[in-house]
Design a protein around this ligand. Structure first.
Ligand code: SF4
Length: 74
């Protein structure tokens, strides 16, 4: 059974994660460890970095498991 897509939001930005397509490259963990930390239950904390940095890191996800659902307006 496919796993549910996860949503992590701040006032500025919403990051989604689809566990079914993650290839565990750890790119996100290496690029922005203050936001992406698998040792935490809520493992994506977009509030811990600027929205710009979060977008940049999500863009580097090789599988497309991470996506930006709503972006900052500016
Ligand atoms: S960068 Fe993407 S594919 Fe790699 S571990 Fe993070 S979510 Fe998974």
């Amino acid at each position: 059974m496919p796993k549910r897509k996860q949503h992590y939001a701040t006032d500025e930005i919403t990051v989604t994660f689809d566990p079914n397509i993650c290839i565990h490259s750890a790119e996100c963990l290496k690029t922005l460890p203050e936001v992406f930390d698998v040792s935490k239950k809520r493992w994506i904390r977009p509030e811990n970095a600027s929205a710009g940095k979060v977008v940049e890191t999500v863009d580097r996800c090789p599988s497309g498991a991470l996506r930006i659902e709503s972006e900052p307006n500016e």
